[in-house]
Design a protein around this ligand. Structure first.
Ligand code: SF4
Ligand code: SF4
Length: 156
């Protein structure tokens, strides 16, 4: 069975200035890449507010909800004003979520097993590890993609 990367999102939050950020090619936006932080936060931490304050606060109409009610950000529309972060009543969105820090920070496209290992090695051991686990909601382990698992205490 293929190995997977397991990321503890709570612990990743504590490491804002990691020199390496993992990114995934993201299907809904052809050709664009999204950080693990962003994808996992919107998918597992966000409470999917019915009348979402983040969408209302965005001056660029960069935020929308997909058919599963998951918030998505159009990277090219976002002006990184952080309004959505400030109005979110649940603190879902991390302060540095949309900040592009290219200087001194590298981005690893998490594709094959080697990429996963390189990313895991770049973070403290308690944040990311390579595992044989599968998705197990009862243990707060959820599948973000084919080879990435996220541990997060979801609101549901
Ligand atoms: S306000 Fe926060 S919790 Fe509500 S939909 Fe937006 S990001 Fe999610
Ligand atoms: S940071 Fe981006 S997505 Fe958030 S409110 Fe500002 S423009 Fe919209």
């Amino acid at each position: 069975m293929a190995k997977k990367l397991l990321i503890d999102l709570q612990k990743l939050r504590e490491y804002k200035d990691t020199p390496v950020e993992g990114v995934l090619k993201f299907g809904e936006y052809a050709g664009s890449f999204k950080t693990i932080r962003e994808l996992a936060s919107f998918q597992f931490s966000c409470r999917r507010c019915e009348k979402a304050p983040c969408l209302e606060a965005c001056p660029s109409m960069a935020l929308t909800k997909n058919r599963d009610d998951i918030v998505r950000r159009a990277t090219l529309l976002c002006v990184r004003c952080k309004s959505c972060i400030f109005v979110c009543p649940f603190g879902t969105l991390m302060d540095d979520l949309f900040v592009v820090k290219t200087s001194g920070r590298s981005f690893i496209r998490l594709h094959g097993e080697k990429d996963l290992q390189r990313f895991a090695d770049s973070l403290p051991g308690e944040v990311a590890s390579i595992t044989d686990l599968e998705e197990e909601p009862a243990r707060q382990v959820f599948s973000l993609s084919e080879n990435i698992l996220i541990k997060e205490f979801t609101w549901r």
